[in-house]
Write a protein that binds this ligand. Structure first.
Ligand code: URA
Length: 274
C-alpha cells in the first residue's frame, strides 16, 4: 500500500490498525489522537506549485533544551514532595501529552532500599503508582522473599515518568528529559542500596552500555556527582522479563540472595525473608 499517496483518512485507519496490532487499545489510540500537539505551528497556506518542499516545523523543544529545563527544575527541588510537584509541573517531555498521569513513586520516602524500573505501563498509568501491574506483583514477591517491601523499607520509582504509548521504548529526547528528575530523586532519597531493575534502568543510571546479563548480581557504584559517598547499586533482571522467561528466575534468586548479603553488611534492616 502506498500510504504516502493515500488520503489522510486511509492513512489514519492504517495507523490505527497498526496500533491495534502493537497492543494499543482504542481508548488509548483516541487519547493519543485527541491530545493537543505540543506548541503546534498554525496551519500554513497551500504552497505554490513551484515552491520548494518545506520541512514541518519541530513542535516540541529540542531534547537539549528540555533536558536543561529538566535539570534546572529538578535541581531546585529540595525534597521528594517538591520534586514530585516540579515533575508534575514540567511540560518538556512529550510523553506527558499521551499519558493519563505522572507516575512518580511509591513506598517509603527515605527508605534504605530504592528500586528503579523502566517506565509505567497501562496499570501504572491508570493508578498513578509504579509497579502495580503483573510485573509489579512479581517485584513485590521478589522483595518479600528477602524481607523487603514498599510498605516497610523500599522506595520505588522509574527512569521514565509517563507511559510511552503502546509501551514503546522511550526516545533519546524523552529519556534526556526524565533523567535529571530520577537522578535528583536518588540524591534526595539517599538510599543505602539501589536496585536497578532491568537493562534500561541499569544502563541509564550507571552510564554503561553492557547488557543486563553482564551487569546483574554484581556490587556496583552508581555515578552521581551530587553525592559525595559512593552509591551502592545492584542490577537485577526486570520482573517483566522474568514473566516471559520463568526459567531465568533462578538467576534472579541468586541475585536476591547476593543483595540480601550486601544489605546485611550495610546494616539495612530486613524483616524475615531469606
Ligand atoms: N515496569 C517498570 O519498569 N515500571 C513500572 O512501573 C511498571 C512496569
Amino acid at each position: 500500500m502506498d500510504l504516502a499517496a493515500d488520503s489522510p483518512d486511509v492513512r489514519l485507519r492504517a495507523l490505527m490498525a497498526w496500533w491495534r496490532e502493537a497492543g494499543v487499545d482504542s481508548a488509548e489510540a483516541a487519547a493519543i489522537l485527541e491530545a493537543p500537539m505540543a506548541r503546534s505551528a498554525p496551519a500554513a497556506a497551500a504552497p505554490a506549485a513551484n515552491a520548494k518542499p518545506v520541512r514541518p516545523r519541530i513542535a516540541k523543544p529540542p531534547p537539549r533544551a528540555a533536558a536543561e529545563d529538566a535539570r534546572a527544575a529538578a535541581a531546585a527541588a529540595d525534597s521528594l514532595p517538591a520534586l514530585r510537584a516540579a515533575l508534575e509541573a514540567f511540560d518538556g517531555c512529550a510523553l506527558k501529552q499521551t499519558a493519563r498521569q505522572t507516575v512518580f513513586s511509591d513506598g517509603v520516602e527515605g527508605a534504605p532500599v530504592m528500586v528503579i524500573g523502566e517506565a509505567p505501563g497501562r496499570e501504572e498509568d491508570a493508578e498513578g503508582r509504579p509497579f502495580v501491574g503483573r510485573s509489579g506483583q512479581l517485584l513485590d514477591r521478589m522483595l518479600a522473599s528477602i524481607g523487603l517491601s514498599r510498605e516497610a523499607n523500599v522506595f520505588i520509582s522509574n527512569v521514565i515518568f509517563w507511559r510511552p504509548p503502546g509501551n514503546r521504548p522511550p526516545t533519546q529526547g524523552e529519556i534526556a528529559a526524565c533523567v535529571p528528575f530520577i537522578e535528583r530523586a536518588v540524591v534526595l532519597a539517599r538510599p543505602k542500596l539501589l536496585i536497578l531493575s532491568g537493562g534500561f534502568a541499569a544502563q541509564t543510571l550507571l552510564k554503561r552500555d553492557d547488557g543486563v546479563m553482564r551487569l546483574r548480581g554484581k556490587r556496583l557504584t552508581c555515578p552521581l556527582p551530587a553525592l559525595t559517598d559512593p552509591l551502592h547499586a545492584m542490577v537485577m533482571l526486570h520482573p517483566a522479563y522474568l514473566l516471559r522467561r520463568p526459567q531465568d528466575k533462578r538467576l534472579a534468586w541468586n541475585d536476591l540472595l547476593a543483595f540480601a548479603d550486601w544489605a546485611d553488611e550495610l546494616n539495612v534492616p530486613r524483616q524475615g525473608g531469606a
